[in-house]
Design a protein around this ligand. Structure first.
Ligand code: IFL
Length: 465
């Protein structure tokens, strides 16, 4: 059932109890009246536009604003900001119907964005953030100048693929010269292109993007171990594995995500077959139940031996991916596990060891994955518990990360109060605030039946203009 289609007569409200530091955990609360999510949506929008105004005033055109000092910082290359945060923000602003701000951002892109930069850019990050951000901006606004920019930057990334003997992309490419560097890569950085490159191929009629993305994914798949698993590190020049460890967290996560997404977007049966084969192996070999809770330890891809029971906060996305791809029970169970962590800490630490339920890395760089999978599970099931959990995630972020000029990463979620860092990653503008907005607003600008959000939450299908 798609929740955007049929409103429930009654919605369960968040039942909130305080945990350490005055934060909240999600409990099943009483049933409240229809429409109770609208104030939450309004608050999400207010907070987003508050942060946006600070970015416009203090850091417009910079990759990132420093939310505590109000300074600016580059992300891809020192001295070469490319407006990352505003590129990430366009489709979110558009979904929130902040049309003057969309126009402001588009004007900056058209007048100032220039990719002729003599510096190495990380191919994976540039794709998911810049190609994806510009493609989503085009999808939402229909302004063909944005598509031209997306094509320009994708063309500058292509040498990473075409100069590689295997088709696995190098990690870096110089945007001005096309010089490639660093073949020591991983399956995320070779396999997270097909959504952005695929829509570009679709929209421009140029198949080079799709073909390059798919070829790289195939190389990794063809090298799977006898257990049907993928180690996460690979050499782009030789196509050989560089390690033995399999993980559904980084740097493995979005390789699996894009197999499914490529199938969903383009109907390619190869991608579905690869996804199904690998997922079957992951569920059979890697899934572990502990005290009734589902987890995915790191294992040896050749023997199946458990190597580590640390769980990255980023692995939380996998709950949503499982649900989207038909494994709803497993997706729900994995989200339940992360919900326990959220309830324990308020804000999920970067790493927890689920065997001891302790934080093994106590920071959190405004990570959005728990909210991402809450949205995907809500779309798949219509169960209000996922909106409740996402609201807890939002309220706890608001309580801990809000700073003078924006929202800040946390250096220690276990401190009272949690300590902040003077940085706000670009994905904050694209991811969690958009997930919350889509969960709570019932916006007419999204087709809730048929849409697609990339790994960076760039909207590449489903905008209703
Ligand atoms: O860039 C973000 C994106 O979701 C991704 N990896 C990590 C980031 C957010 O945590 O694919």
């Amino acid at each position: 059932m798609l929740p955007g289609m049929s409103r429930r007569s009654a919605l369960r409200a968040l039942g909130a109890v305080a945990v350490a530091g005055g934060l909240f955990s999600t409990t099943s609360g009483p049933v409240s009246a229809q429409g109770s999510w609208k104030p939450v949506a309004d608050t999400v929008r207010e907070e987003y536009l508050w942060a946006w105004r600070h970015y416009v005033d203090r850091a417009f055109g910079a990759d990132q604003i420093k939310p505590i000092s109000g300074g600016r910082e580059d992300f891809f290359a020192e001295g070469h900001s490319v407006g990352l945060s505003l590129v990430e923000a366009v489709d979110t602003l558009w979904l929130m119907e902040a049309d003057d701000e969309v126009a402001r951002a588009v004007r900056w892109i058209v007048d100032h964005l220039d990719f002729d930069i003599d510096a190495p850019f990380q191919v994976f990050e540039t794709n998911i953030r810049m190609v994806g951000g510009l493609a989503a901006a085009y999808h939402c606004t229909g302004d063909s100048r944005l598509l031209d920019r997306a094509e320009d930057i994708a063309d500058r990334l292509l040498p990473a693929f075409t100069q590689s003997p295997t088709g696995l992309p190098y990690r870096y490419v110089n945007l001005a010269t096309g010089q490639v560097s660093d073949p020591e890569t991983n399956i995320v950085e070779i396999g997270t292109y097909i959504a952005e490159f695929g829509v570009l191929s679709q929209w421009t009629g140029d198949s080079r993007y799709y073909d390059a993305a798919k070829r790289a994914m195939r190389v990794a798949y063809d090298n799977r171990t006898e257990l049907g698993l993928l180690p996460h590190d690979i050499n782009a020049e030789t196509g050989r594995w560089r390690n033995r460890e399999a993980t559904i967290g980084p740097p493995g996560d979005s390789y699996y995500e894009y197999l499914w997404d490529g199938y969903r977007l383009f109907g390619d049966p190869d991608l579905k077959h690869w996804y199904d084969t690998l997922t079957e192996a992951i569920l059979a070999r890697q899934a572990e139940r502990r005290d009734g809770h589902l987890w995915f330890p790191q294992i040896d891809a050749f023997t199946g031996e458990v190597l580590s029971r640390e769980q990255s906060v980023l692995a939380g996305f996998y709950a949503g991916l499982l649900a989207e791809s038909g494994h709803v029970d497993e997706g729900r169970a994995y989200h339940d596990s992360f919900s326990l962590v959220q309830d324990r800490f308020g804000v999920i630490p970067t790493f927890v060891d689920y065997a001891t339920m302790s934080a093994t890395r106590v920071d959190n760089a405004l990570r959005p994955e728990f909210a991402d999978s809450a949205l995907m599970l809500w779309l798949a099931t219509g169960d209000e518990v996922f909106r409740e959990r996402a609201r807890t995630h939002f309220e706890n972020m608001r309580a801990t990360s809000k700073a003078a000029f924006g929202f800040a990463s946390l250096s220690d979620v276990t401190a009272t109060p949690p300590s902040q860092e003077d940085t706000c990653p670009g994905y904050w503008w694209s991811e969690q605030m958009k997930y919350y907005w889509l969960l709570f607003s019932d916006t007419p600008r999204l087709d809730y039946r048929d849409n697609y959000l990339s790994t960076e939450a760039n909207l590449l299908r489903g905008a209703r203009r």
